[in-house]
Design a protein around this ligand. Structure first.
Ligand code: AMP
Ligand code: GLY
Length: 418
């Protein structure tokens, strides 16, 4: 069949790379893709938010399976549109994508179904939000309700900081409509971990756990980014905790879907805080994580097409996934300056001989050169018998890749302090 991957980042390169290994896939399209996907797929210059363009492309090329990477086309209803056109597509409907697209929707659902999460209240009016924030303990967490490019969360250290964040969202509207509602929630302390589970409305299939490093600089300092590197397994989740995550989060999630009549078929990616009281949900994402996918798919031995189709057809209970027991580490190489301003069009060298899996993110081809085109440029991933081996191999490859002003964290996957 012909498969179409929607998106152009590292996650999408990893999806294309994994689909290319399927005996059931003989042709792959990627819209819009990057220089990495171009080696395995045909890039088509259609934007991920151009729903008509994607549906036309899928129809014209008789695509047998569309896999949607990013959150915004899901929230805009791309999967609904594809299904209405008779095209098989992986990802939640717009209505089910609200678990990610609306934090207040997700909170209400968790409260209704007893899923552990931070205590929270939602507000649309600045004065009442401010009055509530005044009486809370600090730090306090302020979140824009909608999709805000990963920038909608503020950890306010004191009341003036909370007041500022509330004013930015509710009065100055810096997030546009995504900040018309804010969620104010309790600050949770602990270690974070990323969980991925395919969910088909009846059952779930949990992937190995992973850990993301969201801050730009070593030691978890600097501004938040889309993710500077990942490790799987996270080293933070043993078998007992994994069983607890299934029992306390995934099982009530699926039960809640049935009780509320929500048809969720896709990838559920909860970000968890592992607190002294057990795992609690920080947020739900309704898609594959980036750069989590770059460490999860190299560990997946089974055919991804079978798993995605079983999710679409609601027969996840009939499939199994086989995993490589080795650890995987992915180090993101970024353009110096990211997540602020940075230069693009910079030549990238050493890719072919670096000795690791390189998932492109912000790259494009220029003649026979690869040049940078975004903030996160590459995800350099390696497997190893231990986490330390995987980390060492990934960094060995990073040192062989060269582009001017490249920036990366040197502590991806480093062990937690005792
Ligand atoms: P989110 O976009 O909701 O995942 O939030 C981004 C980051 O903010 C998370 O990865 C956490 O590091 C942090 N965060 C979000 N909610 C909380 C919370 N209730 N307590 C502590 N940290 C939080
Ligand atoms: N790695 C975090 C995300 O994909 O949202």
């Amino acid at each position: 069949m012909t498969a179409l991957v929607v998106g152009g980042g590292g996650r999408e390169h990893a999806l294309v790379w994994k689909l290319a290994q399927s005996p059931r896939v003989d042709r792959i399209l990627c819209a819009p893709g990057n220089a990495g996907t171009a080696a395995l797929a045909e890039n088509v210059p259609v934007k991920t938010t151009d729903l008509d363009g994607i549906v036309d492309l899928a129809r014209r090329e008789k695509v047998g399976l569309v896999v949607v990477g990013p959150d915004d086309p899901l929230a805009a209803g791309l999967v609904d549109r594809l299904q209405a056109a008779g095209i098989r597509a992986f990802g939640p409907s717009a209505s089910a994508a609200r678990f990610e697209a609306s934090k207040s929707f997700a909170k209400d659902f968790m409260r209704r179904h007893g899923i552990p999460t931070a205590a929270a209240e939602k507000f649309t009016d600045f004065e009442s939000a401010r009055a509530y924030a005044r009486g809370q303990n600090y730090p306090l967490v302020i979140k824009a309700d909608g999709l805000a490019l990963g920038k909608g969360v503020t950890i306010a250290e004191d009341f003036p900081a909370a007041e500022r964040a509330l004013s930015e969202a509710l009065v100055e509207k810096i997030f546009g409509d995504a900040g018309n509602t804010v969620v104010i929630e309790e600050f949770l302390s602990g270690r974070e971990c990323s969980v991925h589970a395919l969910v088909d409305g009846h059952s779930w299939l949990m992937f190995p756990d992973a850990r993301d490093h969201k801050r730009a600089l070593d030691g978890d300092r600097g501004p938040n980014t889309g993710g500077m590197g990942t490790l799987s397994p996270s080293g933070r989740v043993d078998d007992a905790l994994r069983a607890r995550i299934e029992k306390e989060i995934l099982a009530p999630f699926v039960r809640g879907l049935k009780e509320d009549g929500i048809d969720f078929r896709g990838m559920l990616f909860p970000g968890l805080m592992l607190t002294a009281d057990g795992p609690k949900v920080l947020e739900f994402n309704a898609r594959f994580g980036d750069p989590e996918t770059q460490v999860l798919l190299p560990r997946l031995k089974s055919d991804l097409v079978d798993l995605l189709e079983a999710t679409i057809d609601a027969r996840l209970d009939s499939v199994r996934a086989e995993w490589d027991p080795r650890a995987a580490c992915c180090v993101v190489m970024a353009s110096g300056g990211y997540p602020g301003g940075y230069k693009t069009g910079v030549s990238v060298d050493g890719l072919d001989s670096c000795g690791a899996l390189v998932f492109h993110a912000g790259t494009r081809r220029e003649g026979d050169r690869v040049v940078t085109s975004g903030g996160r440029v590459l995800g350099v991933a390696a497997l190893g018998h231990t986490a330390a081996d995987a980390i060492q191999s990934a960094y060995g490859a990073v040192r062989r890749i060269r582009f001017d002003n490249a920036a990366w964290r040197t502590d991806i996957g480093s062990p937690d302090p005792a």
